[in-house]
Design a protein around this ligand. Sequence first.
Ligand SMILES: Cc1cc2nc3c(=O)[nH]c(=O)nc-3n(C[C@H](O)[C@H](O)[C@H](O)COP(=O)(O)OP(=O)(O)OC[C@H]3O[C@@H](n4cnc5c(N)ncnc54)[C@H](O)[C@@H]3O)c2cc1C
Ligand code: SF4
Length: 480
Amino acid sequence: MTVDKTRKKTIKQKIPRVPMLEQDPDKRNKNFSEVTLGYTENDALREASRCLQCRNPKCIEGCPAEIDIKSFIKLIQERKFDKALEKIRECNSLPAVCGRVCPQEDQCEKECILGIKDEPVAIGRLERYAADRELERIASGAKECAWSEVTKKCTREKVAVIGSGPAGLTCGADLARLGYQVTIFEALHDPGGVLVYGIPEFRLPKKIVKNEVDYLKGMGVKFELNMVMGKILTVDDLFKQGFEAVFVSTGAGLPYFMDIPGENLNGVYSANEYLTRSNLMKAYRFPESDTPIIRGTRVAVIGGGNVAVDSARTAKRLGAEHVYLIYRRSEEEMPARDEEIKHAREEGVEFKLLASPVEIIGKNGWVDKIRCIKMKLGEPDESGRRRPLSVKGSEFNIKVEVVIMAIGQGPNPVLLSTIPHLELNKRGNIKADPETGKTNIKGIFAGGDIVTGAATVIQAIGAGKKAAAAIDEYIRTGTW
Ligand SMILES: Cc1cc2nc3c(=O)[nH]c(=O)nc-3n(C[C@H](O)[C@H](O)[C@H](O)COP(=O)(O)OP(=O)(O)OC[C@H]3O[C@@H](n4cnc5c(N)ncnc54)[C@H](O)[C@@H]3O)c2cc1C
Ligand code: SF4
């Protein structure tokens, strides 16, 4: 028996991780179509067959949404693809999104037991396969879909969700599943939050987000768009309208700047504005779309996270010959996903590491150059990463026409300033219980980036789930 088990493991370990097809770098850096092309059925079955079905699987512990990974992979092994998707949806309403953008290498796949001696199971790719299979079925006109079973009439109390990013969508979906009448209020004209205005089409096609939103609509969730809450309606107004609870999930949409000379020159963008113009407003199609964007042949992007890498890859696709990604630490400390860094390099983004801007130099009101200083790494700071220190006298200029600042985002105060006595932390984020999303004000819950600061999609999903359960308990029992 023991011998058999060992043999089984050895055989599985010998199957190499199944790669995913991608568009050729020289082609894809000129178009906005999705870079990765997904698994075929054979690929998925082969990859799923690598899973050891561990007695104590560590992968689940690594998933902030606690998806039953072992079980959904088993269902794929058994070719029960719909059941696999249902299993994922028990914990995650956005599987096609997470299968594409979650940093699995730092979460479930990092904990995967197969990964101790071999490459971990490609959990994210399998999740994406299960979700995409259904998308294809819907596109080909299938009437039945995995969620038709969960669709039911929403007749219970009214709950308001403010913000339609992953936290708000998840909270809304879970509450609708419990029968609540959910209305999601969104400031923009399209629901999805960062999934539609931030993450580019070539990483996350917008039809995927639309499908997830349609899933919620199918469950009875209402969307009120173009509603800048705090300006049009306050939280008090919502309570007066009969909403029993409010979930605030307004994200971290306020861009930070470096506070260096030249930031007000023409040609300087925040990554938020740059990506919103390109993604949500489709500026890459200008003049067919209404929104223009300054393209530039030489573009500098400042920062080292996903937002910076997305901006750099977008600039390349908008036709820039040189795109410089300027980051003050080394590649090892870059917070962007490894896959995105690899893709950006392949697409021709030029990395200027251990460098930090000190001034943007203009000519006739427009950006002409960016002046940087070289950096070296000192001792680790509070974040655990080595502190960047400037090297005296090492300044240098780079000729550019566009500068994109991607150094971080904070909470937008528009809504928060209209909720007196709501407790915030020193960074302006809402203080909320991490297990329930409860704030210091009865009936108001919060979750996602508005609480944690800029984080990840799956963390926002986790917060939305916990808040939905707590809202249900609060409305049922009346206890706070
Ligand atoms: C460019 C970019 C790339 C990223 N890439 C990744 C990635 O690859 N993987 C990953 O895991 N994470 C990534 N992230 C982070 C991730 O997208 C966020 O952590 C996540 O979207 C946070 O979800 P949320 O629901 O809290 O807020 P958001 O997605 O920010 O949604 C908040 C919503 O609230 C709305 N809103 C704000 N104020 C109001 C108001 N007053 N009234 C009504 N509505 C309002 C906003 O318009 C928005 O739609 C990326 C972020 C960015 C910006
Ligand atoms: S830890 Fe890895 S091998 Fe084990 S059940 Fe999870 S995915 Fe499969």
